[in-house]
Design a protein around this ligand. Structure first.
Ligand code: GTP
Ligand code: MG
Length: 312
């Protein structure tokens, strides 16, 4: 296992590695994922207005892990990478079918094809097909958490940076379940949002922070670390990665400053910070993007942090 340094909360100067009417669609012999979803999207069954999206969280206790970030920062691929890792470690990761109304055939199709999408080497090409998903993580029959993956525009739309969260996001924010917010950031060279938009993204996070319940936890996930100079061989320069995040997303950590005069000395921020890579992406001659999963060290460290924050 490479000796990569990952994770740690911001307090550490250098972290240690430590069926209904549409039933015929689903009873037919399975079409390839792409074809199946295409058939349904052609029927205009996709909900275009995020404010009309209805979600159901089936219980008030299971912690919710929310992949929160702007478009293209890597939320879907993070879910895919985590899912692959967890399956190798004997966890069960499966779609929560009750999340969307049974009248939503697109969600049904995504659920039905979840496994093949996770295992597909062309996963990077299918991210738009897993654009909205609640996946349960189980171990030995117990549900540990549910991971929410949704389109980035619903969290931060750089064309409408001041827009309120859609209704279903508000529902999730107000759910009594503990939430682990995975707030995604990425290097400036891969970032589709400009400096001013990053300032606005930081403001949106600040707005979110005001709404969090006391039990909620925040983990900043710096994705695409592979494209930076902060990773060298097997180690990550966490100090530089955090500094870069502070510079590129001004005031992003400010709402998380620990105001407690005593504990702030060893925990200056009430949040964690972890570097992440979902994988390597190579474009083939026909333009297909192939995906090679990153080292296990990344999902391992992220998963350990999630577990820690689920527990307390
Ligand atoms: N170099 C590098 N590129 C990455 C990494 N993770 C994601 N990407 C790239 O980012 C693209 C977008 O990833 P997605 O997971 O689809 O992003 P998303 O946040 O789900 O985007 P929306 O669904 O539009 O909100 C991928 O197709 C990859 O090209 C990473 O760890 N390293
Ligand atoms: Mg996505």
């Amino acid at each position: 296992m490479p000796d990569i340094k990952l994770g740690g909360n911001l307090s550490q100067t250098e972290s240690t590695p430590t069926e209904e009417n549409d039933s015929h669609i689903f009873q037919e012999e399975a079409l390839p994922v792409e074809e199946e979803l295409k058939t349904e999207t052609d029927d205009n069954l996709i909900e275009e207005d995020p404010n009309k999206i209805v979600v159901t969280i089936s219980d008030n206790k299971t912690p919710l892990v929310v992949l929160f970030g702007p478009p293209a920062c890597g939320k879907t691929m993070s879910l895919i990478r985590l899912a692959r890792y967890l399956r190798c470690k004997n966890y069960v990761i499966q779609p929560d079918e009750s999340f969307r109304p049974s009248s939503d055939p697109q969600y049904k199709a995504i659920c039905k094809n979840f496994d093949s999408m996770i295992d597909n080497p062309d996963a990077a090409n299918s991210t738009s097909r897993i654009s909205f998903m609640l996946a349960s993580v189980l171990y030995k029959g117990n549900t540990l958490c549910k991971i929410l993956e949704a389109p980035g525009e619903h969290y931060f739309d750089y064309k409408h940076p001041e827009a309120e969260f859609p209704r279903y996001v508000q529902t999730i924010i107000n759910q009594p379940n503990r939430k682990i917010w995975l707030i995604m950031v990425e290097p400036v060279n891969t970032n589709i949002i400009e400096y001013n938009s990053r300032i606005q993204y930081a403001r949106k996070i600040s707005k979110l922070k005001k709404r969090l319940l006391p039990r909620d936890k925040v983990i900043f996930v710096f994705n695409k670390i592979d494209t930076t100079e902060f990773v060298s061989g097997t180690s990550i320069n966490y100090r530089a990665t955090r500094e870069e995040t502070k510079n590129q997303y001004p005031n992003i950590f400010t709402p998380f400053e620990n105001m407690n005069p005593i504990t702030k000395w060893w925990r200056p921020f009430n949040c964690d910070f972890v570097a992440f890579q979902t994988g390597n992406y190579t474009e083939t001659f026909d333009g297909t993007l192939t995906f090679t999963p990153s080292s296990d060290i990344y999902p391992k460290r992220l998963w350990e942090l999630i577990l820690k924050r689920i527990r307390g």
